[in-house]
Design a protein around this ligand. Structure first.
Ligand code: FE2
Ligand code: FE2
Length: 270
């Protein structure tokens, strides 16, 4: 089935969007300080994500690279190449970021190693389509988090260097938000596989993310209870993102339905 059969209403503007890879480097020297709103709890929510993102990005790139062998659609292939470039650059910068965190003792290496092992087992044992489904689940959720954070201007008061980095990453997540789902459907992925794997992805993201977060709080001598309140409170970007992720369970959900054009215009050349 062609993509346009499945999403006739939303693919009319398919040719208008463009994925642009920007090879930027960032200064992470302030990463271990409370760089976001002078709030160590909020800061560690972002730092916790950074610690595992390079491995998730390697995983999604593996999924796309494998699936590309079966793609003939030129536009989709071009998007896949840009997607891989963007995620490779994100991972490179996160490794630098995590190096600074590690220098100050915020490394969580045991938990990160168990994430790497889990992703390796998935790559070895799951079919290409299921690996693609997992990658699509990650991409749906990271796009939702990016939209929530950028729309709420959560980074506005952050340290300039870290703000620029996260805005660059999140803007590009929105730019390439459709690629994995397009690829998954192009290769014949169905609804029940998608939502079953999405459920595992969301559970994994929450469990591992929380373990890393609480470990960062322990290293920083911060209260677990205040940390829990920061994650679960009504204003929490993570809680809002998780609630929005339930939209992904709709039969015809596609990230292209997210209205994010107004969040893409930032100029990172300065
Ligand atoms: Fe990324
Ligand atoms: Fe991504």
């Amino acid at each position: 089935m062609a993509l346009t059969d499945f999403y006739p209403r939303v693919l009319n503007d398919m040719d208008k969007y463009e994925i642009v890879s920007r090879d930027l480097t960032f200064d992470f020297s302030g990463a271990a300080r409370p760089w976001l709103n002078q709030d160590a709890y909020l800061t560690h929510m972002f730092n916790a994500s950074s610690l595992f993102l390079p491995y998730v990005e390697g995983f999604v790139n593996y999924a796309v690279h494998n699936a590309m062998q079966s793609v003939e659609d030129k536009k989709l292939l071009a998007d896949c190449r840009q997607f891989i470039q963007q995620e490779t650059l994100h991972a490179r910068e996160h490794v630098k970021y995590n190096g600074v965190l590690g220098f100050y003792g915020f490394s969580c290496s045991d938990i990160v190693q168990s994430i790497k092992n889990k992703l390796k087992r998935i790559r070895m044992k799951w079919t290409i389509l299921s690996v693609l489904g997992a990658a699509a689940g990650f991409e749906c959720f990271t796009a939702i988090i990016s939209q929530v954070v950028l729309e709420e201007g959560l980074l506005n008061q952050a340290d300039e260097n870290l703000k620029r980095f996260w805005r660059w990453h999140m803007t590009e997540e929105l730019e390439h938000k459709t690629v994995l789902m397009d690829l998954y459907h192009y290769l014949g992925g169905g609804y029940f596989r998608r939502i079953s794997i999405l459920t595992l992805v969301l559970i994994g993201y929450c469990c591992y993310g929380m373990r890393i977060y609480f470990n960062l709080l322990r290293v920083g001598h911060l209260s677990r209870w205040k940390g829990l309140a920061c994650i679960c409170g009504k204003k929490s970007f993570f809680r809002k993102s998780l609630i929005q992720a339930f939209r992904c369970y709709h039969y015809r959900y596609h990230p292209r339905l997210m209205r994010t054009d107004h969040l893409r215009a930032e100029d990172f050349s300065a």
